[in-house]
Design a protein around this ligand. Structure first.
Ligand code: SAM
Length: 362
């Protein structure tokens, strides 16, 4: 097993069966070695800097009906909203003052008529904050829309593929959605020139270890600049809300430690990639005053990005993707001091650089 960590560090890839062995391995010594190797690679590339991205929950209106997601169109129990351009710019101004130099506009799949608004917001952010990057995470849209947003100044796009297995994809999504289209979108985003992020939920309903291996192989081939992975957490008002969380291959699994293993595996596979310690990870493992939480554990496993919430506090509750989502303290833009303090305890610090993806020769 230890040989696998060494092989992954040296060759940056493993055979499918070897990835699977690492995923199911419960030997603490091997897992510790995996995290240590990944942490060393992240340290070597990024030093003690953790990049912050200001997450703006732009809209919870969604045309899609993903079976796991709390903002799916069929959930009638949430108040729907879309932030206006002025509200977005106000959040950016506050975020800028706090030190954010990347703004991530995330939201549901708005109808195509909203393209003009999105385009206008991208251009306005770039104009008002020319030293900042705009990242979009607005789901599957038409090729032309992606092009328009890019021309307006958005340079990064996050679109998780969610699962690389078509049968598993069909279990998580309604029939009108397809893995094929999602992969098409990812290819287009890359071709257009976006720094592109993808990823998936860990412990999503019906997921198997073989599915996760397929995800790893896909990410190894696609080589995204950003990789977002976080545990699945049920939302009570969704069809999968009653699904027992924390199962992989129908058997209880520690999805926090599985997510951490995956962060380390991806850090070793793609050393330059930008990997956030996600809010879902921090939600499932909040930590305590003297105990590292999911955010810190993610960083110690090789993550190098955190995305505090800078949305207007009044809408945060309505952007409920899953039950109990953390949106305050170190998960929020107002809590940067808490974040700074928690990071310093594990030997890291917030970097206010834009933090663009920048590949190294080796
Ligand atoms: N609509 C866009 C999309 O689908 O890419 C962006 C917004 S979507 C809500 C952002 C991410 O939230 C999804 O990629 C999904 O992985 C995650 N998510 C949704 N429901 C979740 C749940 N129940 N548990 C954990 N993550 C969830």
């Amino acid at each position: 097993m230890k040989g696998l960590v060494r092989k992954l560090s040296e060759k940056r890839s493993l055979e499918a069966g070897e990835y699977r062995s690492l995923l199911v391995c419960d030997d603490d010594e091997v897992i510790g070695e995996l995290h240590e190797a990944a942490r060393a690679v992240a340290r070597e590339r990024f030093g003690d800097s953790i990049w912050i991205r200001g997450l703006l929950e732009f809209t919870n209106i969604c045309c899609n009906d993903c079976l796991y997601c709390g903002i799916r169109r069929s959930n009638r129990k949430i108040a729907r909203y879309t932030l206006s351009k002025d509200e977005v710019l106000e959040c950016c101004a506050r975020g800028y003052g706090a030190g954010f130099r990347t703004f991530v506009l995330q939201g549901g799949e708005l109808p195509d008529q909203s393209d003009r608004l999105i385009e206008d917001i991208c251009a306005s952010i770039r104009k008002s904050f020319p030293d900042c990057a705009v990242t979009l995470s607005l789901g599957e849209r038409q090729d032309e829309s992606y092009e328009r947003f890019f021309r307006a100044g958005a340079t990064r796009y996050l679109l998780r593929h969610e699962t690389r297995n078509p049968d598993h994809y069909a279990m998580l999504h309604p029939p009108e959605m397809s893995l094929e289209h999602r992969l098409h979108c990812l290819d287009r985003l890359k071709e257009i020139g976006y720094q592109t992020g993808t990823g998936f939920m860990v412990g999503s309903p019906f997921q198997t270890y073989d599915n996760i291996v397929e995800d790893i192989l896909f990410i190894g081939g696609f080589r995204p600049e950003m990789i977002g992975i976080g545990p699945f957490i049920p939302h009570r008002n969704t069809p999968l809300g009653k699904y027992r969380a924390g199962l992989v291959d129908h058997v209880p699994a520690n999805v926090v430690s599985l997510t951490l293993k995956l962060i380390s595996i991806f850090r070793l596979m793609l050393p330059d990639s930008l990997i956030p310690a996600t809010t879902a990870l921090a939600t499932l493992a909040p930590g305590g005053p003297d105990q590292p939480g999911g955010r810190e554990m993610g960083i110690l496993a090789g993550a190098n990005v955190v995305m505090p919430n800078i949305s207007p506090p009044g809408v945060r509750e309505s952007y409920s993707l899953y039950d109990g989502k953390a949106a305050s303290g170190a998960e929020s833009g107002e809590g940067l001091e808490i974040l700074e303090e928690r990071l310093s305890r594990i030997g890291y610090r917030i970097s206010t650089d834009r933090g663009d993806w920048s590949p190294r020769e080796n």
